[in-house]
Write a protein that binds this ligand. Structure first.
Ligand code: ZN
Length: 177
């Protein structure tokens, strides 16, 4: 999924969680969640291809380990923001993996890594179409291929539409985020 759509899904989730009146400072939690919703795609910076960009950053075990490490750090240091930051990073990254799994076109998600290298996807993936540099995603022929699955296309457009609508509703309502 494209980065704006990941940010949109993070915004929708963050909004849903904030509405639950979670007991910590809202804005930093929300901002960390938003940043974490695109964090797994950092591997696109060093991966030679679209289909190859799913490194360990696209596995749940990595984010579980980060979560656990931050909780241990919290216990040892008692830094007040450590626990909410750990939760925000974990939720944002997990959301990224779930949406990448649902919208997978060239490479799935290795949910069971390192116990199994199996890639999971919802619609059959076509790894051959992803043998291009990451920056060529927004050009043809990849872009046309990306638009072929209309369910996924409308899902992604819908996420962006809902997030933009929520954002403007909040703005008009005078809310901070
Ligand atoms: Zn991704």
């Amino acid at each position: 999924m494209f980065l704006p759509s990941h940010i949109a899904s993070g915004y929708i989730l963050g909004h849903g969680l904030i509405g639950k009146e979670l007991p910590w400072t809202k804005v930093p939690f929300f901002m960390i969640l938003l940043a974490a919703s695109i964090l797994p795609d950092a591997d696109g910076l060093w991966s030679p291809t679209v289909a190859g960009h799913h490194s360990v950053l696209h596995t749940p075990i990595f984010w579980l380990a980060v979560f656990a490490a931050m909780l241990v750090w919290d216990k040892l240091s008692n830094i007040s923001w450590m626990k909410p930051a750990a939760l925000a990073i974990f939720l944002g990254a997990l959301l990224h993996l779930i949406t990448d799994w649902f919208t997978a076109r060239t490479v799935g998600i290795q949910w069971l890594y390192p116990f199994s290298g199996a890639n999971f996807d919802v619609y059959p993936v076509q790894p051959g179409k992803g043998q291009i540099p990451v920056w060529d995603m927004i050009r043809d022929p990849y872009f046309s291929f990306y638009l072929e699955n209309k369910v996924l296309l409308w899902f992604e457009l819908g996420l962006n539409g809902i997030a933009i609508a929520l954002f403007w509703m909040n703005r008009l309502g005078g809310k901070q985020i």
